[in-house]
Design a protein around this ligand. Structure first.
Ligand SMILES: [Zn+2]
Length: 313
C-alpha cells in the first residue's frame, strides 16, 4: 500500500504559509492581546550521520521565534524535535532536525530576515520605519542589512561597464571657526557616491563633490577595470564631467532626464520672459496669453489632453 510521507496541511497550516511546517496549536493570549501559534517541521528528516530517515521523537523543545506579521501580530513558538537514529551502526544516537526556515540558535525566521532585507534594500524604506511596521527592533533590521552588505562581492573583483555618479549632502551645514584668525567658515559636508548601474552596488564614496575626489578615485582604479567602462551617468555637473574627461575619455556620458528637463524648462521660462519684455516693455500679465498659459508650455507632451496635442497653441 502506498502512503504519503507528509500529512495533508490543515486550514490553519495553509493560512500560516510556512513551507514544510505544520501548525500544531493556535490560541489567543487574551492578556497580551495576541495569537500564539506553535509550529513544527513536517517533513521527513535524514540523520546527518547515516542519512537514514528517522521519525522517533526523543524530546521536544519549544522556543520563541520572531516572524513576519500573519494577519496581524503573532507570537510564534517553534517546536524543535530531537529524534532518535535507529540505525544500529550509526554513531549518532540522537540529532536535531535541521530546519532551513529557522536555523539552530536563530531568534528570527529566515522569511522574516528576507522580508526586512527586501523592505530596506529593494524598496528603500528607512530601517526605523521597517522596524516599527514589523514590530521588531531597529537593531535587528540593521543587523540584517549589514549581513546583506557583507555578502556582496568585493569591489576589486567586479568589472562594471556602466557607472553612476551623484553627490549627496550627508548632514546639515556647519560653521567652523579658525582658532588663530577667529574667522568663521561655512562648511557644506558633501560626498560623491559611485555605483554600478547594472547592480546598484556602491563601488566607492569620496569626500566632496568636485572633480578632485572622483578623479582621484578613478585614478586609483586598475587600468583593466577602467577600460571596461562604457557609459557613466551623472547629473549636469561640470566637476564630474571634468573628472571623466581626464580619466575616462572614451566613456560615453549620459545625463539623467530629470535635470535635462529642468534645464530646458528654465531656459524656456527665460526666453518667454525676455520676449515679453522686448515686445511689451514690461513683465507678463494675466491678460497675456503667454503668461496665462506659462504652465502649459512646461508640461510634458504625453501629459497633454488629446486636443492640446493635436492643436498646440
Ligand atoms: Zn544515524
Amino acid at each position: 500500500m502506498i502512503q504519503p510521507t507528509q500529512s495533508c496541511p490543515d486550514a490553519v497550516t495553509t493560512l500560516f504559509n510556512l513551507p514544510d511546517h505544520q501548525v500544531i496549536s493556535a490560541s489567543n493570549d487574551d492578556a497580551a492581546g495576541i495569537r500564539v501559534v506553535t509550529v513544527a517541521l513536517d517533513s521527513p528528516t535524514a540523520c546527518p550521520g547515516c542519512v537514514v530517515l528517522a521519525s522517533r521523537v526523543h524530546s521536544l523543545r519549544t522556543q520563541r521565534v520572531r516572524d513576519i506579521l500573519v494577519a496581524g501580530h503573532v507570537r510564534l513558538m517553534w517546536a524543535k524535535r530531537w529524534l532518535f537514529c535507529d540505525e544500529v551502526l550509526c554513531a549518532r544516537k540522537t540529532f536535531l532536525r535541521i530546519d532551513p526556515a529557522g536555523p539552530r540558535f536563530a531568534r528570527s525566521t529566515t522569511r522574516l530576515k528576507e522580508t526586512l532585507k527586501d523592505a530596506v534594500i529593494d524598496s528603500g524604506r528607512a530601517a526605523s520605519e521597517v522596524a516599527a511596521a514589523f514590530k521588531v527592533s531597529w537593531w535587528l533590521v540593521n543587523t540584517v542589512v549589514l549581513a546583506a552588505a557583507a555578502a556582496l562581492p568585493s569591489v576589486d573583483l567586479l568589472e562594471p561597464t556602466r557607472l553612476g555618479i551623484d553627490e549627496h549632502r550627508y548632514r546639515s551645514v556647519r560653521w567652523l571657526q579658525d582658532q588663530l584668525s577667529k574667522k568663521w567658515t561655512r562648511y557644506e559636508p558633501w560626498m560623491s557616491t559611485i555605483v554600478d548601474v547594472d547592480t546598484g552596488q556602491v563601488l566607492g564614496i569620496v569626500d566632496g563633490r568636485d572633480s578632485r575626489g572622483v578623479g582621484a578615485w578613478l585614478k586609483a582604479g586598475p587600468t583593466t577595470w577602467l577600460c571596461c567602462i562604457e557609459t557613466v551617468g551623472i547629473d549636469p555637473s561640470a566637476a564630474f564631467r571634468e573628472a571623466l574627461r581626464e580619466n575616462l575619455p572614451d566613456a560615453a556620458v549620459s545625463v539623467d532626464h530629470f535635470h535635462m528637463v529642468l534645464l530646458a524648462n528654465d531656459m524656456l521660462t527665460q526666453v518667454r520672459q525676455r520676449v515679453s519684455r522686448e515686445q511689451n516693455g514690461r513683465r507678463g500679465l494675466k491678460t497675456d496669453k503667454a503668461w496665462a498659459h506659462r504652465q502649459l508650455l512646461l508640461r510634458g507632451y504625453d501629459t497633454l489632453l488629446r486636443r492640446r496635442q493635436e492643436t498646440p497653441r
